[in-house]
Design a protein around this ligand. Structure first.
Ligand SMILES: Cc1cc2nc3c(=O)[nH]c(=O)nc-3n(C[C@H](O)[C@H](O)[C@H](O)COP(=O)(O)OP(=O)(O)OC[C@H]3O[C@@H](n4cnc5c(N)ncnc54)[C@H](O)[C@@H]3O)c2cc1C
Length: 467
């Protein structure tokens, strides 16, 4: 049973150890993430997801003590990276303690021979990248939130970066993790290039959104920095031609590190040209010059077969410079009546164009702009990223409109059998759809949850688990 009294007792007993604080400012900072609905709460003075205390441990052992104390008392625990979730994943609806990992922010080891780096979970993405770059390496994990998210958060949300079509999502990059279970047990999964020793234990924690334990260290693959990059933009008359080209690229086994295909409405923004009236695909190939050039030429031929016309690399070079910039959306949200949301889903090649059309048609009456791009490609299908921008009278109306957008989008995805999230995760935004999305797999998910967290203290109520 989780009660506020338990949290007060815990704070009294631990007497400020592990940076445990009940300071209002600190609690307020951990009551809102980057979910647009949370931003609207802040503008309305609402604080529905308020932890009772925030801890800032400095080591895995600290986390182990904290978790075992919380488990024993039935105090809810919510891990916190940097709160860049855009779906409310680190927001607690059950009070309790937020464990903020930001003091665990060191790169522990860079192994140049085996191409591995071991990093504490609270390390920010751009910090990891800076340390690796200085040694001639890179993570090749490049979410738009690189400078505001942690490697532990990436694992916990099953994040992807802008280069994932070649290098994969975080699940393809990690080799091992250290994780603390709710009862305080420290588990270290074995490092190997690949192994067939039963389950891949680390996989249970990828995408677990803090519901099974706290990840404290991550060992990830790293890559030597490339100095050769070949970029190109290709225009198409319609979305169908671009989708056919992306499918042809993946069927041919080409591995572009950048594939971003914008519909005509988003192309105007991507091209920085309000009069632009075509769809456009940004392509990039890296690696050994001869191979990258061959892939580039083959890709352009395939695009041409589907109606594509190459227009040169300048606009892709421009995007490379501003690819971490999110200020346009932030400016809209800063206005109380500003409506902005991003919804990312995925679907098979056979269905993605229909899903795109239905989402575009159904969401258009709800906002001024519905912008769409396809940006992570697989042999079987692709992601679809929908950006919605509009304006209503005030923050309360904006919150209501954003929730309506989610309802409409999720209903269409469930009906069509599309994945309701490609990389942002579930959080509070998709809380009501996760069980329907996962179907009978929830039987296994619930069994794992109750085995590892019998007192249900870890981020309760998330991922379709009981509150
Ligand atoms: C501008 C912007 C751009 C973005 N672009 C991308 C993108 O390109 N790709 C992408 O995938 N996402 C993107 N995101 C979403 C977000 O950055 C990711 O979900 C990121 O992985 C969250 O990391 P975080 O460290 O901020 O975690 P938080 O937001 O603090 O937490 C996210 C979830 O992970 C859990 N968690 C955090 N750390 C741990 C840990 N150590 N152990 C166990 N659980 C933990 C939390 O409890 C919560 O459930 C973007 C967000 C913003 C604001």
């Amino acid at each position: 049973m989780i009660t506020p009294v338990s949290t007060f007792d815990l704070c009294n007993d631990l007497k400020g150890a592990f940076g445990l604080s009940r300071d209002d400012k600190c609690i307020s900072e951990h009551s809102y993430d980057a979910w647009p609905v949370a931003m609207k709460w802040r503008q309305q003075g609402k604080q529905p997801c308020k932890p009772e205390a925030v801890a800032k441990p400095e080591s895995t052992e600290d986390v182990a003590v904290l978790l075992s104390e919380c488990s024993k008392r039935g105090v809810a625990v919510t891990p916190w990276g940097l709160g860049s979730s855009v779906v409310g994943s680190p927001l607690t609806e059950k009070g309790g303690v937020v464990i903020d990992l930001s003091n665990m922010d060191r790169v522990l080891e860079i192994n140049e021979e085996d191409l591995l780096a071991t990093v504490q979970a609270g390390k920010r993405g751009d910090g990891i990248e800076a340390e690796l770059n200085a040694r001639g390496y890179t993570l090749n994990h490049s979410p738009q939130s690189l400078d505001r998210s942690t490697i532990g958060g990436w694992v916990a949300t099953r994040a992807t970066g802008q280069l994932s079509s070649k290098y994969g999502g975080i699940e393809d990059l990690i080799i091992a993790i250290k994780v603390v279970l709710p009862d305080g047990t420290i588990v270290e999964t074995k490092r190997s290039p690949r192994a067939a020793i039963g389950f891949d234990t680390k996989e249970f924690f990828v995408g677990s959104e803090g519901t099974l334990g706290v990840v404290t260290e991550v060992t990830t693959r790293i890559f030597p920095l490339n100095d050769y990059l070949r970029l190109e933009a290709v225009t198409f008359d319609n979305v169908g031609q671009g989708i056919a080209s992306m499918r042809a690229l993946t069927r041919s086994g080409l591995k572009p590190l950048i594939v971003r295909f914008y519909d005509v409405d988003e192309a105007r923004h991507a091209m920085k040209d309000p009069s632009f009236d075509l769809c456009v695909m940004f392509l990039g190939f890296d690696g050994v010059r001869e191979i990258a050039d061959a892939e580039y030429n083959t890709a352009l031929n395939l695009c041409a077969q589907h109606g594509g016309s190459a227009i040169g690399p300048a606009c892709v070079e421009g995007w490379m410079k501003r690819r971490y910039d999110f200020s346009a959306i932030e400016r809209v949200l800063a206005e109380p009546g500003g409506v902005a949301e991003t919804i990312e889903i995925s679907d098979f090649w056979s269905s993605i164009e229909g899903t795109y059309e239905q989402l575009k048609t159904a969401l258009s009456p709800l906002t001024d702009e519905v912008l769409c791009h396809f940006s992570h490609v697989y042999a079987q299908g692709t992601s679809l990223y929908v950006i919605l921008i509009g304006k209503v009278e005030d923050a309360a109306a904006a919150e209501a409109r954003i929730r309506e957008i989610w309802d409409v989008a999720m209903r269409i995805c469930l009906k069509r059998g599309a994945a309701t999230s490609h990389h942002h995760g579930v959080g509070l935004a998709r809380k009501s759809v996760v069980s329907r999305d996962q179907g009978t797999a929830m039987v296994v998910n619930r069994a794992i949850k109750s085995a590892l967290d019998p007192n249900n203290v870890m981020n309760p109520g998330k991922l379709g688990f009981p509150a």
